[in-house]
Every structure is written in C-alpha cells, then in structure tokens.
Design a protein around this ligand. Structure first.
Ligand code: ACO
Length: 326
C-alpha cells in the first residue's frame, strides 16, 4: 500500500522490579554456592524476587509507567499482549487483568506463551496487527514470576532467575520498515521445561506425576543460544540489507553474560553495543528485553534514530530477532 506506515515506533517504555533484592551472598548462606561461581558463570550479582506481588501486579505497574512515558491515555490502546508463562492464573489471562486495572476499555488482550522469546514474539504479533491496519496502538508487556517456578533446593537453576516486568507502548510510524525473524524447534523442547496441571480425572488412563519445578539442561541451552542467536541476527541483517556495523544496539534476552559475549564475538561486534543488566536483574525471561529497553530509554543511552536489534531465545525451543529504529 503506497505511503503506508511500516515502522514499529516504540512510543514509551516502563518497567517494574519487586523491592526485595536477593544477592548472591544471601543465596550462598542458603545453599552450597558462592558469589564468585554465580558471577563468573552467569554475570548475575543479584535479582529481584517478589514477596507477594503477582505477575499481573508487576505487569500493571510496568504498563502504567510505559503509558506515562509515552504520554498516552489507556483509552487509546487497542491491543494488549502479555508475553508470559508464569501468570498467577490460567484464566483470566494476564492481559485481561492489565486491561481492567489500567482502564484500557477499548483494548482486546491476550497472553502469548513463548518463554524467553515471549516479549519479542508479542511485539512482532502486535506489529503484524498494526501493519494490517487492524489496530493502531498496542501495549506489549513481558512479565514473569520465575521465583515460583524454580526449586530453591536446586542450586543449578534457582540462582539464575529473577522476577519483574517490562512494557512498551507501540505504534506505527513512517520510516524504514521493521523486520523480524522467528523460529521454533519443538524437537528440543525438553531442554527447558515446566509442567502444567496434571491430567488426573476419573477418565484418565495413566495419570502421570508432574514435576512442579522448571528443569533445564544448561549446556544444551548454552550451545543452542550461541549458535542460533548469531545465525538469526545475520539472517535478519541480510533481510534488512544492513551490516552489523550499521546497528547501534543489540538488545538480547538477558540469560547469561557468557552467551551475550559469545554472540558479540561471533558477530564481530564490540561488546559495548550489547547492553547488559543481568548483574542486578538475573534472568527474567520474557521481561528481560523490555526491562532493559526501559533502562536504556530512561538513562538516555539510547537516542531517537538509533538502529536496534532485539533478540529473544529460550524455551520451545524458540528464537527470534527484530530490527527497528528507536
Ligand atoms: N553454585 C556452585 N556450583 C554449582 C552451581 C551453583 N549455583 N550450579 C551448579 N554447580 C556445579 C555443578 O554441580 C557441577 O559440579 P560438579 O562438577 O561437582 O558436578 C559444576 O558446578 C559444573 O556444573 P555445570 O552444570 O557443568 O556448569 P556449567 O559450567 O555448564 O554452568 C550454567 C552452568 C551457568 C547454567 C551454564 O550451563 C549456562 O550458562 N547455560 C546456559 C543456560 C542458561 O542461561 N539458562 C537460562 C535459562 S534459559 C534461557 O533464558 C534461554
């Protein structure tokens, strides 16, 4: 369509982290670990952990901050998508709770489950609705309560994660078309998994026990991420007819600083263009990208016109990258 506006425009960002900070030293008092082990393996120094706030409570706080930052009234939002796999209820979904709490009366809302790719997939989904002319303004949120999914007796997983939420108010603008790549490999799904409710009914034939905790094969996740993320960013660059040198910021899902360093090395891009907030947030899954976006936005590090690549990857397995101009 001639003259049609094609670029994603992030109009405002917001984030919310629970007040309670749990340091590595505090974890070392609870289990056989150390600040040194956690920092050198992951880059994490502390994480925020909820003392009672739910996933939707945090999503609402992030959404309110993003609307304020964008200078937009909740009534102008047409679409709310919450990337999460840790909602406090399966029904109603988190997006409906956000819609009610912020008074976005015109908006339709739904959740999108894609683990650590959740925000990126939600953003791309919102973009498609807007590009098709169906909706004009969206609120895209990543919100997670990972502290309830990990076994606090398992030092190999519980030290990695944190709770929090990030949000972006998104519209369309004239300018360079935004582009994205997304992928899934369900055959490797067991590498990162979390069971849902058990099928235990008077009719079920072989009731299976469910594991209440997240399980992870850390080395497989590492191998997957350091191969797939550079590959999909390179594919995206080709599609956008750009080189990695043209990109100001690579905003990756914050899983692990060694993954981020490896991606920067493989792409041949200086690590200063890969911002990191793992040190104080840990891995917040779908929330990590929008929390980091909000930090960069509010600190003024990221300037209008900067070229940005976002990349999410994780459970599914799933991965993706999006190119946009800030
Ligand atoms: N403190 C101290 N020692 C520990 C801890 C801990 N918290 N956790 C594990 N160890 C021990 C293990 O028991 C093992 O001891 P052993 O040799 O006596 O058996 C030793 O450390 C090495 O364990 P590995 O699992 O081999 O440790 P590795 O060097 O692979 O590091 C890690 C583990 C950090 C998880 C790594 O595999 C990794 O970075 N994986 C990427 C996974 C990731 O980032 N997941 C996040 C979620 S998924 C996502 O967001 C995409």
């Amino acid at each position: 369509m001639e003259g049609y506006e094609m670029a994603i425009r992030i109009l405002g960002t917001g984030s919310y982290l629970p007040d309670r900070v749990v340091t590595n030293d505090e974890l070392a008092e609870m289990m056989d670990t150390s600040d040194e082990w956690i920092r050198t393996r992951t880059g994490i120094g502390s994480r925020h952990v909820t003392e009672g706030e739910t996933t939707s409570d945090m999503a609402v706080r992030a959404a309110e901050a993003a609307l304020k930052n964008a200078g937009i009234d909740a009534g102008e939002i047409d679409l709310i998508i919450v990337g999460t796999f840790t909602g406090e209820q399966l029904m109603p979904n988190m997006a409906s709770k956000v819609q009610a709490a912020i008074g976005a009366n015109r908006a339709v809302g739904f959740d999108l489950s894609a683990a650590c790719s959740g925000f990126l997939f939600s953003l791309n989904t919102a973009y498609c609705f807007m590009k098709a002319g169906i909706y004009q303004k969206a609120l895209v949120i990543g919100a997670e309560t990972l502290s309830k999914t990990v076994d606090w007796d398992d030092r190999s997983t519980c030290v990695l994660f944190g709770d929090g939420a990030g949000a972006a108010v998104v519209g369309l603008d004239e300018g360079t078309e935004s582009l994205f790549i997304m992928g899934s490999d369900g055959s490797k799904g067991e590498v990162l998994s979390l069971d849902a409710r058990p099928l235990k009914t008077p009719f079920s034939m072989n009731p299976k026990e469910v594991n209440p905790w997240m399980t992870m094969n850390g080395q497989e996740v590492f191998k997957f991420a350091v191969r797939k993320v550079p590959e999909c960013i390179e594919e995206l660059m080709k599609k956008a007819e750009l080189s990695v040198e043209d990109v100001d910021w690579f905003i990756l899902h914050q899983a692990n600083v060694r993954i981020i360093e490896s991606v920067s090395k493989r792409l041949g891009v200086d690590s200063s263009r890969f911002p990191v907030n793992l040190d104080h947030c840990g891995n917040t899954s779908a929330a990590s990208i929008p929390i980091l976006l909000d930090e960069l936005n509010r600190s003024g590090r990221m300037k209008r016109g900067d070229r940005i690549v976002l990349s999410g990857f994780g459970g599914g397995l799933s991965w993706g990258a999006t190119y946009l101009v800030w």
